[in-house]
Structure formats: C-alpha cells, structure tokens
Design a protein around this ligand. Sequence first.
Ligand code: GDP
Ligand code: MG
Length: 461
Amino acid sequence: MDSSDTIAAISTPPGAGGIGIIRMSGPQSLAHLQAVFQPLDKSCSFDSHHFYYGRVVHPRKNKILDEVLAVFMAAPKTYTREDVVEIHCHGNFLVLQSVLELLLSLGVRLADPGEFTKLAYLNGRIDLTRAEAVIDILSARTRKGMDMALDQLGGSLYSKVDAIRQSLVQMRAVVEVAIDFPDEDIEIIDYSSFAGQVHDDVLVALEKLLRQAEEGRIFRDGITVVIVGLPNVGKSSLLNTLLQEERALVTAIPGTTRDTIEEYLDIQGVPVRIVDTAGIRKDADEVEELGIERARKQIDQADFVLFMLDAVRGAEEEDRELYATVSHKPLLLIANKSDLNKQKPQIKDFGLQKSDTPLIQISAKHQQGIEELKNAIFSRVVGDKDQWQEDGCAPNIRHKAALARAKDAAIRLKQGLETKITSDLLAIDLQDCLGELDAIVGITTTEDVLDVIFEQFCLGK
Ligand SMILES: Nc1nc2c(ncn2[C@@H]2O[C@H](COP(=O)(O)OP(=O)(O)O)[C@@H](O)[C@H]2O)c(=O)[nH]1
Ligand SMILES: [Mg+2]
C-alpha cells in the first residue's frame, strides 16, 4: 500500500439496483473526477460534501458512459481521512465496470478488499475493534448481531479495553521510576495497593470480557441445525413452516427430498443455518443414496440435531438405529404429526436408549408447537446466558485469544506483586499484559494479523 496512491472500487454489490456507487480515495481523487465528469452546471466548483449532477464522459472517445451524481469530500472529514470521491451511477454492473475501467486507465489503482476501512484505521480515524465492527455489520444476519456490531463500532469494546490499558499504563509509570532506583522498590511501589488494582481494574474486567466473548459467540457466529429422521416423518414440512415459505418439496411419497436444502433463520437473535436432509433409510435408490451421503456429512458438521419421529407411527427399529448414530450430538426430539394423535406420545413410548432428551410435540403441517420448538432450540444453545446486552459488548475470537493471554499475564503480575518481586520483573508482566491489549485495539498489531482481518472484507469497503 502506498500512501500516494489513489484507489477506487465498485462499492455496491453486483447485480441490478437503483444506484451503484464507485468510491475513490487518495490525493488525486478530485483531479480524476474532473477528468471524467462533466457537470451540468459548468460553473460547478466541487464544494466539499456537495452533490453535483452530470455525466461521466470518456475523455478521448467523447462517449457518455452514464448520467450520474458525483460528490467530492475533502480530507480529513471522510471515511478514509483522505480526499474521497463517490460517483453514483445507475445500478448496472456493466456501467459501473466501464466507469471503473476508465478511472483505472487514468492511473487509479484498484482497491484491495477492505482497503478503504484499512485506510480509516491506518490514518487513525477508527481503532482496530471498530474496523472489525464494520465487517460484522456487513455480515450480520440478525438484528441482534447487527446491534452488537453497531455497539462495537460505537466504541463499546474499545472503551473497555482502553480503561484496562490506562490502569496498566499508570502502574507502569511508577514501576519504571522504581527501575531507575533499584534499591528503593519497596518505597516507590505500593505493592499491596497495586495488587488490589490489578485485581479490580484488570483481572475482573478481563474475566467479564472473556465471559461476554463466550456469550456473544452464538449471536455472532450462529449455529447449524440439521433436521434428521426417516423418510416421510415431515422434515421438509418443518423446514417450510420455519421459513414460512414452500422452500422444499413436500409429498406423501417417501424419499422426496434427495439433496440437502439449507436456509437461514433468526431464532431470537441467533442466526440459525437450518438444513433439511434426505430421509435416511436402507432401501434407497442411487440418487437417494447420494442424498443420504450428504445428510450424513451435514450431521457430522452440525452443532445441533432435530431428530424427528412420527407421533402416529411411533418408533421402529430403523428409527432407533438412526437415532443411535446421532445421539452423541446435542439434540432435541420432535414428535411430528401430533395433530393426528390425540394421546401425545411420551418419550418412553419410542423406546430410545437415551431418553433424557426433551421431546417436543409439533404439527409441521398445521404449524402447531413451532414457537415451543424455537424456544427449546434457543434455550438449549443459549441457556440463560443472555446478559451480554447489558453493556453490549461481544469480543470476537481474535479478541478472546488476546484477552486470555492478557489474563494470564495479569495473574502473573498479581502474584509478583503479592510476593514483592523486583521492579524489572514486574515490568515484564506489565508489558506482556499491555501488549495483548494494544494488539486488540490496533496500537501494535502485526502486518500479517492486519492482512487476515482486512481480507475478510468485500471489495469496495
Ligand atoms: N397430518 C400431518 N401430516 C404431515 C405433517 N407433517 C408432514 N405431514 C405429511 O407427511 C408427508 C411427508 O412430509 P415431508 O415433509 O415431505 O416429509 P420428509 O420426507 O420427512 O421431508 C406429507 O404428505 C406431509 O403433508 C403434520 O404435522 N401433520
Ligand atoms: Mg423431505
């Protein structure tokens, strides 16, 4: 990355849309805009943060590429803190591609994925946790996941990590003085009050953030739930009912579903990838056999299984055999077609080996018991750990690993203070702890870690 580069990319997704936006950032942005854009108002002075109407015209061919709105935004009040230009074209990929190619032909460089946000970070507009929040906002699948990401963009994680950092920085200043006067450690460092400070300001705070990382994980990453059962128990009907659309074919003929079908659901804020599978049975034909193969793969990868039984037919040997192959997974048992069976079967009626799993009665066809099922899935995967909302903070897996290392260093630091080790040894533990927190917010983050983070972005962000 070269700071003198001017970069550009199409910032809206491919496909037709009302508008499509090309974004450009760098010192030559305005000059390049002026080279390709003919404003309707010839006296246009490109005031910063003002929209102008006109045409993008190929300068040599004198060919109109599109009718657009263009805006120039002068540094530093921009997304990247550099000069930024946006050209709002018609939302057609061919149009956008031709305008982009024109800019590239003038010497603009195609932006890497996430490069605009990386500039915002490198130029000090946002810290690294906020840059990561942008990725989360773009990929959030539920409103709750979105709210978490917006909180992080607002600095919720940064401010908590920074508060711990400040406490450590303050102690480090004292310890550094003590290092310069090696015979006077005891007078300079108040060991017991520092040990208390490490406990209250550092350890307790780190432990809370680690808890929140664990609690937020489900809402951030979501879970994969697979519906498993013999043919015709009603798996596809359940998928359709959960999605409120006729996504999968449903017929009375066993073996209708021959492939896996997956869709996303929002269960109380948890992004759930729900997978309908081919019913697993022995005397299947060749195509169905392939579907069964896929079903088994999905079961292996699933976080959670919905094992479906027919409330009228009950369980036969084949149901029990299939159950034995999934019973090691976290699962819920579902008795479907309960509309046809007035005496609700109990779990013991199915004769399954492990019978401590909850049994939910539903009718997929008549949409009964579906809310109970969703609640049961939610409480099995989330439990009662739903307190993260209180101060809206959910560290991601990178943060979590660094927080855990910071906690180890803080424990060593506290023990060192309790046993009154020398100031130069204290300084090492202090620095270890601080270094991890600095890496979270991006003060000291290695280039390869940055690459991994910004590679997750899509083009144009
Ligand atoms: N009465 C009743 N019939 C159902 C229910 N769920 C599914 N069925 C019927 O059972 C048959 C098989 O359903 P389907 O969803 O294709 O089962 P799958 O093979 O497990 O995917 C179809 O005729 C459905 O209409 C239910 O809750 N009640
Ligand atoms: Mg099916």
